[in-house]
Design a protein around this ligand. Sequence first.
Ligand code: AMP
Length: 423
Amino acid sequence: MQIKAPKGCRDIYGVEAGQLQYLERVYYDLAKKFGFQEIRVPTFEQTELFQRGVGETTDIVNKEMYTFEDKGGRSMTLRPEGTAPVVRAYLEHGMANLPSPLKLFYSMNVFRYERPQKGRYREFQQFGMELIGASGALAEAEILSFLDSFFKKLGLVDYQLALNSLGCNACRSAYNEKLKDYLVEHSSELCPDCVGRSQRNPLRCLDCKNPNCAPVLNSAPLPADLLCSDCQAEFTKLLAALDQLGINYYLAPRLVRGLDYYTGTVFEFQSDKLGAQTAILGGGRYDKLIAELGGEPTPAVGYAFGVERLRLELEAGGLLPEFQPRADLSIVSFADTGVEALVLANNLRAAGLVVDCDLMGRSFKAQMKQANRQGARYLLVLGTDELQAEEVEIKRLSDGSTAMVLKSEITKYIKQSEEANGR
Ligand code: AMP
């Protein structure tokens, strides 16, 4: 029987691989312009990191982790998210001593045992950022401003930024208690999931999609009801900063995030193109996490988004450029010029052209056909005569026109000719 990829895992190749390279390039370039540095962390970590960092009451830790025992009997987990590993690295390498705030970005594959569907996989790629060491609205505005610029750069306009504040540790704890009491009081009107969650992680009930729970949840107390004046003022400052930066948002008083570590501002970028899973991105402030993992109390804000969901979103909007690899020049060779063709191709590649040549000893006709099929822009026939000559004939495949060009000027000729043709 043929072996297939594991359920919920994908092979990425061809056009899609080109699209991902494009997204990575845009993301990396812009992240660097905003002064963020890349961080890469291990694919697996000690299980305890996620239990303590993400929280035992979350779906991720409860149901979705790929956990295994290694040969030394240690419990390891394939990373289900990036923030806890980045914070672990921050603490392990004493990054608190680096100039503050620390601005990190990453691209990483993460693993969650979820029911696969379009835009939901068991292994998927996330882009994320963590801005560590700065409290307050400006740090949040910087992150949201980066995201707004990134989406605009990709031509994406059809999304909404949803914002809420869960308040500081004190506001959040007070709110948790109030919400818990309210939910317990109404437990007979809630689905079994919400009844369980109301004890363990009441905030998560606000995320419930069960229509039977809606009446109770719609009247539940909201985080905003219990914000202290400092948290309220900071949130107002953020909204004013976004207005000034020209970033649109809407207030989502019921928005909470599934992971335990969020405090203060939380946000999502949402789109209606992807059906029920509206969030393409989620993030927020997590001022408690660093202390919880053994560091000094340190404010931080970050986000992560699924690259595949973004790609689907761009595809739906016709916003992905063409990614068929095309050679600038295809060199047709013969039995006695095959190696010379490779040498010439290498020289031209070093000068900046994308060059293709025959590796299979194909017939002249088959090589011409191959060049056309692969969409090469120019063609050069390298026979023994051309080996000796100073000039060779270059043919433009789009219209069949030809020109005699000095061998030393092939690259210049093709570049100029392409520019003249508006490429
Ligand atoms: P989270 O880490 O759960 O806040 O998720 C952040 C983002 O990752 C989401 O907004 C999605 O874009 C993406 N995401 C989450 N789970 C999956 C999944 N199973 N497959 C693909 N993308 C996902």
